[in-house]
Design a protein around this ligand. Structure first.
Ligand code: GTR
Length: 434
């Protein structure tokens, strides 16, 4: 919290040309009776005031309106394919007996020949060796690089910017050997291979290092027309947009790989990368399942509920994640033309799973549950069922049909329990689609 406030003060000081202006810390509310629960923007009413009654009207009229509003007010617009041009994939290595023989591991380097300022993205793909056909796949970004997702010693250590790490995993903002396997607990690769799922991942920092100036050495600067932007305008993309773009490039890789069942791609992310998975899933229909693990504010949690993190707090601490417009809704959530149930609704007629943790009150578990519930009318237009309940279930009791939900005991994290639910859900949903 301290760190967040310090960066907030600094921003105000710079913007106002002052030496330093201390601001009062916003009070974080955890009292449900003070959550506000402001009325949500209407999901099924077009800007012309018409009620959307069919899946067709949703797809043709209301959905594009909502996408445009999220671009304008929350995440910014992803530049069109003409802006990035040719994409090049180079296989950097294939290991057929990875994970003790359970998997084949492929390393692929993705780059943009027309934009060499972007250093590219290293995609790591594990495909189960035991399978009867192409494997369904979970795709997600990591916080610390491929070498942290798996502890296999021959995975190159990421050379990109890394957040400093008290345990010695990063020094001088570069990864050290100590960070090998650091995220293994969040990526139960063996369990997923045994269940027949492939896993594709890349480091979010390959797309944009996660700090206020990260864009300068990331994809956003490389793609900006003058290459030397100083200011981002309303409606232009932020880091979440750049990270989500990377997930779509991973989908490109997966589509071209005959070992992968590209009709069954799930996009997954935890926390800030859960926000990213939601936005990637909303923008890219190739993801037939979207998994939001404790994505919280700016993710699955409704912004009109004042519980835990708020728009004011997040846009002060992490302005670079969003388009600048979003910060205008600090303390004024009711003025924002969208709320996060609309983001969940954009996933229809595909499947979505939202998960929370009891001790992760910062992410507002109830707000995460409600976004799925309030998105149900759109899934209903497609004849799809949501949670099957209007009450948030107790910990450890997953619910849902096309929209899944669980809350588990414990803290903010992505655990094996979470993955077990996602694997079960994916198996069921993908099975039904076959
Ligand atoms: C927190 C942030 C959350 C969440 C989290 C994370 O500091 O306030 O919105 O994104 O970081 O990504 O771990």
């Amino acid at each position: 919290m301290m760190k967040r406030m310090i960066s907030g003060c600094w921003l105000v000081a710079v913007a106002c040309g002052m030496a330093y202006a201390a601001e009062p810390e916003p009070v974080v509310n955890y009292d449900e009776s003070k959550a506000g629960n402001l009325p949500l923007p209407e999901l099924l009413k077009t800007s012309a005031g018409q009620t959307v009654e069919t899946a067709d009207a949703w797809i043709k009229i209301r959905r594009p309106e909502i996408v445009a509003m999220f671009e304008r007010h929350v995440y910014g617009k992803t530049p069109p394919p003409e802006a990035w041009g040719k994409v090049e994939w180079k296989i950097a290595g294939i290991k057929r007996d990875a994970l003790g023989g359970l998997a084949t591991r492929k390393l692929v380097h993705v780059s943009l020949p027309g934009h060499p300022a972007w250093q590219g993205m290293d995609v790591m793909l594990y495909v189960p060796n035991k399978r009867t056909g192409p494997a369904p796949c979970f795709a997600g970004l990591s916080f610390n690089g491929n070498h942290a997702v798996s502890d296999e010693p021959d995975i190159p250590l990421s050379a990109r910017w890394m957040r400093e790490d008290k345990t010695g995993g990063a020094e001088g903002n570069r990864a050290t050997e100590l960070s090998r396997g650091k995220e293994l607990g969040r990526w139960p690769l063996k369990m997923l291979m045994e269940r027949g799922f492939a896993v594709a991942t890349a480091y979010c920092g390959d797309l944009e290092p996660d700090h206020a100036d990260g864009w300068k050495t990331g994809l956003r600067a490389a793609l900006s027309p003058d290459g030397a932007k100083t200011v981002w305008c309303d409606g232009e993309w932020g880091a979440i947009g750049a990270w989500a773009w990377g997930l779509s490039r991973i989908a490109d890789c997966l589509e071209s790989d005959p070992d992968i069942d590209s009709k069954h791609l799930a996009v997954i992310g935890h926390s800030r990368l859960g926000k990213t998975a939601l936005w990637a899933g909303a923008c890219d229909p190739r993801f037939s399942l979207v998994v939001s693990n404790e994505s919280g504010e700016g993710g699955a949690a409704l912004m009109r509920r004042d519980i835990g993190e708020t728009t004011a707090i997040i846009t002060k601490a992490f302005p670079h994640w969003f388009t600048p417009t979003y910060a205008r809704y600090a303390g004024k959530a009711a003025d924002c033309p969208v709320d996060q149930h609309m983001l969940v609704a954009l996933i229809a007629p595909r499947s979505i799973y939202i998960a929370s943790a009891v001790d992760d009150r910062w992410a507002d578990p109830k707000g995460e549950f409600l976004a799925g519930l309030d998105a149900e009318p759109v899934f209903a237009l497609f004849g799809m069922k949501g949670y099957g309940t209007t009450t948030q279930p107790p910990p450890g009791k997953p619910v849902g049909d096309a929209i899944g939900y669980h809350i588990r005991e414990g803290k903010h994290d992505l655990t094996e329990y979470d993955w077990q639910q996602y694997a079960e859900f994916a198996k069921r949903r993908f099975g039904e689609e076959k």
